[in-house]
Design a protein around this ligand. Structure first.
Ligand code: HEC
Length: 214
């Protein structure tokens, strides 16, 4: 059995010198280290590779500066909010909805507006009231019992100002007046629906609300 002497390179990694594109100086440049009898040619990464690398570092710095720290960039949230605002504008077409009983009953029968309100409810209210209003930590909104609501306009007031020291948050700053009128009508409509799982009733039984008008 014969083994190669340890100072003789048995394997040379890297491409052969004639493949080098870096001209005569690099051509025969065998690097001077040797590990376990392995030596290698010093093949620097090519220029185009460096350009891409430096370019991507520069790009990432500009990206972070622009998208994370500059006030002029559009974030995903801003773009979404702008679309949401445009949709609200389109839906209301300049109308100002009244937060009184007649105003709430009028939008409660409007299919597209109630569909819009359903999206808002499921995104913002379902965490406490459940998607179908059956209640989790927030009260059941589908039964005949109400803690804070006595009359239809109270839906708007409770949603606007919150209740029970913030256990029910105030939504004044989150939604426009029009959106809160829609939410009031949507929640009013939940009465009498059958949730998948119902939180036990709280508060007093109210007489039926007047029917939505059109
Ligand atoms: C952080 C949890 C939480 C969220 C989110 C929440 N609520 Fe509530 N909500 C409650 C609690 C708790 C109550 C009961 C307050 C009380 O005990 O008086 C309540 C009460 C109400 C009431 C009054 C019901 C009654 O019996 O008088 C309405 C209406 C209501 N919420 C609508 C909404 C709407 C609409 C949203 C979304 C925009 C929403 N809530 C989001 C926790 C929440």
């Amino acid at each position: 059995m014969s083994t190669a002497p340890s100072n003789t390179p048995s394997v040379v990694h890297g491409s052969a010198p004639q493949d080098l594109v870096h001209g005569a100086r690099a051509r025969d440049h065998l690097s001077d280290h040797e590990y376990d009898g392995i030596r290698e040619y010093d093949n620097p990464t090519p220029g185009w590779w460096h350009l891409i690398f430096i370019g991507s570092v520069f790009f990432s710095i500009m990206y972070v500066a622009y998208y994370h720290f500059s006030p002029i960039a559009w974030s995903v949230e801003k773009a979404w909010q702008a679309e949401q605002n445009a949709e609200v504008k389109r839906l209301f077409a300049g109308k100002v909805l009244k937060p009184d009983e007649a105003g709430i009953l009028a939008v409660a029968a409007d299919e597209p507006l109630m569909q819009f309100a359903q999206g808002t409810f499921q995104t913002n209210c379902a965490a406490c009231h459940a998607k179908d209003g059956g209640g989790i930590n927030g009260v059941n909104l589908t039964d005949d019992h109400y803690k804070n609501v006595k009359k239809v306009p109270d839906f708007f007031t409770v949603i606007t100002n919150g209740a029970n020291n913030g256990a029910m948050p105030a939504w004044r700053t989150n939604f426009s007046d029009n959106e809160r009128v829609l939410l009031a009508a949507y929640v009013m409509n939940l009465r009498g629906t059958k949730p998948a799982s119902a939180r036990p009733p709280e508060g007093e039984v109210l007489p039926p609300f007047p029917k939505p008008t059109k």
